[in-house]
Design a protein around this ligand. Structure first.
Ligand code: D0Z
Ligand code: ZN
Length: 348
């Protein structure tokens, strides 16, 4: 690793360098502090796809949501079919505006997939809450809100919660906590600059600021500037790396995911407060908490009938997007890093 230079993208394990969890073994603050292996627990307990989805649904119903309709279970796709090709990129569907809610996902028994199920169910329960509104209002307060709901629930899938459903190990101390924060940061924080670059690139393309001959170079320029990663091998104008990202190829807007990363911590903090919780945010889980559920449902039920700051206010999170909750969440890790990196020049 050269000093003051970006990280070669292939070292991060993820195909798009969008989440950095594959380098956990290299950067864990306390490498000898073993974490509970949730994926192994899922396998050992023979959790199948349907059980994982039921567990996700359970999270929402204990907050006060109505269960998903019978058609959800009849018409969703949870496993990769053996007899045909399907698009396995996970998705959530509001099929006919008549409570026909579905998920399509090729679920494997892993912690990652358990988290993704919560993400998809967040969409379905948002659909459920605004189904009674006039059709123009049957949308999220903004697209970032829609993307943040399931992720907010997943922030409550803490090691303590996992243990309560038979998927965790023993309670551990402060070292395990800092490790867990690092794990979460490698996902949530590393994603922020990635989430920003996709549409920054696309907007420049759509605005005609970048010509087709410059598409690939402009892509890597943004990756270097915001993510601090560089191309694995020399690239040329004949390459089209942006096309390797599903959302570029499928024309799915992406800045919603950047916003969602910020909102989900803000939502988490507001719901934890509603639950009467006063401790550190990384230890808070709102599962089973009716007061938090009420606040959440108040916000979701507005759909797009009000400007998004009103929706934010309905859940007690103020009227402005605020990354302060994210900073607060990671503060113990930031402090550990400040000490660990003392005297070193960080960055590129
Ligand atoms: C098909 C939309 C959702 C309703 C929108 C309402 C839909 C698919 C998309 C799939 C996922 C795949 C993994 C989780 C979500 C996706 C991005 C970013 C990301 C997000 C969370 C995370 C890691 C990465 C990625 C989704 N319904 N307005 N969309 N995620 O239009 O009718 O199903 O691409 O932990 O890069 O993987 O948002 O659910 S639809
Ligand atoms: Zn989503």
């Amino acid at each position: 690793m050269p000093d003051h230079a970006p990280i070669p993208a292939q070292l991060l394990g993820n195909m798009w360098a969008q989440e950095w969890n594959d380098i956990e073994d290299l950067v864990m603050p306390y490498p000898h502090e073993a974490a509970a292996d949730v994926t192994q627990a899922l396998e050992a307990g023979r959790w199948d796809a349907a059980r994982m989805v039921h567990q996700g649904e359970h999270f929402f119903t204990t907050l006060g949501f109505e269960p998903l309709p019978a058609t959800f279970w009849a018409r969703s796709l949870f496993t990769r079919p053996r007899d045909r090709e399907v698009v396995c990129h996970a998705s959530a569907w509001d099929v006919t505006w008549s409570a026909d809610l579905r998920v399509k996902m090729c679920i494997e028994p892993t912690l990652d997939d358990l988290v993704t199920i919560h993400h998809e169910l967040g969409h379905d329960f948002y659909f459920q809450r605004y189904a009674a509104l006039p059709i123009l209002f049957q949308q999220g307060a903004n697209d970032g809100f829609h993307e943040a709901i399931g992720d907010t629930m997943a922030l409550s899938v803490t090691p303590e919660y996992l243990r309560s459903i038979g998927l965790g190990g023993a309670v551990k101390g402060e070292h395990a906590r800092i490790n867990q924060l690092m794990r979460t940061a490698l996902d949530k924080v590393a994603f922020l600059p990635f989430g920003l670059t996709i549409d920054k690139w696309r907007w420049d393309v759509f605005a005609g600021k970048v010509s087709p001959g410059e598409y690939n170079a402009a892509w890597w320029k943004l990756k270097e500037k915001y993510q601090g990663v560089s191309a694995p091998v020399a690239r040329s104008a004949d390459d089209f790396d942006p096309g390797a990202k599903f959302h570029v190829a499928s024309s799915t807007p992406y800045v919603r995911y950047f916003l969602a990363r910020i909102y989900q911590f803000q939502f988490h903090r507001a719901l934890c407060q509603a639950a009467g919780y006063t401790g550190p945010l990384d230890r808070c889980s709102i599962h089973d908490n009716a007061a938090a559920g009420k606040r959440l449902m108040a916000m979701l039920s507005l759909g797009a009938s009000r400007p998004w700051p009103d929706a934010l206010e309905a859940m007690g999170a103020g009227r402005k997007a605020d990354a302060g909750a994210m900073l607060e969440y990671f503060a113990p890790l930031a402090q550990w890093l400040a000490e660990r990196n003392k005297g070193q020049a960080c960055g590129w």
